[in-house]
Design a protein around this ligand. Sequence first.
Ligand SMILES: Cc1cc2nc3c(=O)[nH]c(=O)nc-3n(C[C@H](O)[C@H](O)[C@H](O)COP(=O)(O)O)c2cc1C
Length: 165
Amino acid sequence: MQAREAIIKRRSVRSYIAKPVPQALIEDLVDCARLAPSARNVQPWAFVAVSDKETLSRIAGFSDNGRFISDCGCCIAVFCQETKYYLEDGSAATQNILIRAYDLGLAACWVAGDKKPYADEARKLLGAPDDYKLVSLVAIGYSETRDATLPTKKSLEEVLHWDKF
Ligand SMILES: Cc1cc2nc3c(=O)[nH]c(=O)nc-3n(C[C@H](O)[C@H](O)[C@H](O)COP(=O)(O)O)c2cc1C
C-alpha cells in the first residue's frame, strides 16, 4: 500500500472484534513510531504495549472517551520524557502508529493522554518514571467496521493558502 492510500483511508475505529493482535505486528507499529521525527532528534519516547485484559479494563475505566479500550487487542501507551517538544514528538510517533496500523489491516484510535486528568494515573499504572508524560493511548485491534465510517474532512481549497493566509 502506498503512503497516500493509508493516509486517505485511515479513520478512527472504536469497535473491535475479539481477535488478538500478533506481537510481531505490535513490534512493527512501535518500530515505525520510533522512526518519527523529533526535535533535535532527542527521541524522548517510550512505549508500553498493553494486551493484558485486566489492565486494558483499568485503562478503559479511567479514560472517559476511551471506554472502548477494554475491547481492543492491544493499547499502546505513548510516553515521552518531559522535554521541550515532548508533545509534538510523541504526537508524530502516534501518527506513525495510526498510519502503519491501517497499512497492516488493523483498526486503531488515538485516545487523548496529555492534558487529561487520568494521565498520571495511567503513568503510575504502567510503571513509567515520574519524568515521563503520557502523550496518547492508541487502541489497536481488528474490526469488521474498519472502513465503515469516513468522517468528512475540510477540502483542500478550504485549508490551503498560497503565499499568504
Ligand atoms: C489529540 C487527539 C486526541 C484524541 N482523543 C480521542 C479520545 O479521547 N477518544 C476518541 O474516541 N477519539 C479521540 N481522538 C480521535 C478523534 O476523535 C478523530 O481523529 C477525529 O474525530 C477525526 O476522525 P478520524 O480520525 O476518523 O479522521 C483524538 C484525536 C487526537 C488527534
